[in-house]
Design a protein around this ligand. Structure first.
Ligand SMILES: Cc1cc2nc3c(=O)[nH]c(=O)nc-3n(C[C@H](O)[C@H](O)[C@H](O)COP(=O)(O)OP(=O)(O)OC[C@H]3O[C@@H](n4cnc5c(N)ncnc54)[C@H](O)[C@@H]3O)c2cc1C
Length: 381
């Protein structure tokens, strides 16, 4: 029989950040349970993008808080994050998009973010290889960037362990023990673990974990791809992450290669992670060759697919569930979990240990769906 003060389900970047921040705030009796191995879920296939450009105050603030952490990651964690502030460029191709970019930029600037609308000529200066024929303008934030997901998750996990956190890999949670409306612990493939507090950080599997406690958690898995070209650059010049807003095509430099992807609007919900090469050959290749014409002559070195955990409003679900005391949610990140992981870890630890948070995250509680009180994130890729 194993006992802990807090059990975290899932050793992705979110679970490991929560465990680290719990221990940092003084809770040394934390156990993380992971079905496979650290970072083996969505975190391991993520593009590492970190942007502060969102359409809602809560997402912008979570990102700005997280960027502050990424900047001093190595000092805090003792492990590099490889954070590169190369900026994010979001391209608009119609007047409606320009209009919403102007509104979002005004909100972001009012929160202190260095972001601006730039002209197609300025876009071309930043990324000379881009076809800007149909581009009306772009939102550009030079302090956005990207980091290495493997370094970040291993950094959080290592620092958590140094503070006494136990991480059990190859330990699948198979049941949640609820007694008189209160969580008591979990059953796993390696036996029972007891704790009065359990955090569901199981990424795309958060709804399955919820079901074990008799709950309906509205988190839906949906497949996303990343393809990598063969090496094409000989220099390491900084280059921003670029997003074609109307179709979600994105790309960025990764060493001498380009990595890129795009959401597939026809992709059914589900846990399938096989690479869809037909999608690459059809819609994705068309979008890529339109925006980056030279890519038509470049070979593709590899493709990988992973899962987003999407919610109805493309915002995370953070906080306790009212039906089961001691059961907390940190899931539904809708493609933003890596970039938000530092702030989410700290805020969840504050909530669990102190019962209050240094930033208001109540709009992210699960009750919003029942109450019908939610606003969709406009920058959903
Ligand atoms: C192709 C792609 C690109 C992306 N790009 C970005 C990006 O640029 N920026 C960004 O911020 N986000 C991005 N994301 C999203 C990002 O990957 C996720 O939001 C983030 O990794 C979520 O972390 P997590 O810890 O919640 O989930 P995960 O990393 O999935 O971790 C959950 C863990 O729970 C474990 N688990 C599940 N069920 C059980 C169980 N029963 N028992 C025990 N353990 C269990 C899993 O094995 C897994 O390791 C991308 C996602 C994909 C797929």
């Amino acid at each position: 029989m194993a006992k802990a003060e807090v059990i975290v389900i899932g050793a992705g970047v979110v679970g490991c950040s929560i465990a680290y921040h719990l221990a940092k705030l003084g809770c040394r009796d934390v156990t993380v349970l992971e079905r496979d191995y650290i970072g083996s879920g969505s975190t391991g296939v993520c593009a590492g993008g970190i942007r502060q450009q969102f359409s809602t105050e809560i997402n912008i603030t979570l990102s700005m808080e997280s960027v502050k952490f990424f900047e001093r990651f190595e000092d805090q964690i003792g492990h590099p994050a490889d954070f590169r502030r190369h900026g994010y460029l979001i391209l608009a191709t119609d007047e409606g998009e320009m209009e919403s970019f102007r509104r979002n930029v005004a909100l972001q600037r009012s929160l202190g973010l260095d972001v601006r609308i730039i002209s197609p000529q300025e876009v071309k200066k930043l990324v000379p290889q881009l076809n800007v024929e149909d581009v009306l303008g772009a939102a550009y934030c030079p302090t956005d960037g990207y980091a290495d997901p493997h370094s970040v998750v291993q950094g959080f996990a290592g620092a958590a362990r140094e503070l006494g956190v136990r991480i059990h890999q190859e330990t699948e949670v198979t049941g949640i023990d609820v007694k008189r409306g209160r969580v008591a612990g979990v059953s796993t493939t390696k036996g029972k673990f007891y704790a009065p507090i359990v955090v569901n950080a199981a990424g795309p599997y958060a709804a399955q974990i919820g079901k074990m406690a008799g709950l309906d958690i509205p988190v839906r898995p949906s497949k996303r791809h990343i393809f990598a070209t063969e090496p094409i650059f000989s220099t390491q010049d900084p280059a921003p992450m670029v997003i074609d807003f109307h179709n979600g095509f994105w790309f960025r430099r990764e060493g001498p290669c380009i990595i890129f992807g795009m959401r597939n609007p026809d992709e059914p919900e589900g846990f399938d992670k096989t690479v869809d090469w037909d999608f690459l050959a059809d819609s994705l290749a068309q979008a890529a060759c339109h925006r980056l014409p030279f890519i038509a002559d470049v070979g593709i070195m590899r493709g990988q697919a992973g899962l987003h955990s999407d919610t109805l409003d493309y915002h995370a679900i953070l906080g306790p569930v009212p039906e089961v005391e001691g059961f907390y949610l940190a899931c539904g990140f809708s493609g933003h979990g890596f970039m938000h992981s530092p702030a989410v870890g700290r805020l969840m630890a504050e909530l669990i240990l102190q019962g209050k948070t240094s930033m208001d995250i109540s709009p992210l509680r699960i009750e919003r769906f029942k109450l019908g009180r939610y606003t969709k994130e406009g920058y959903f890729i």
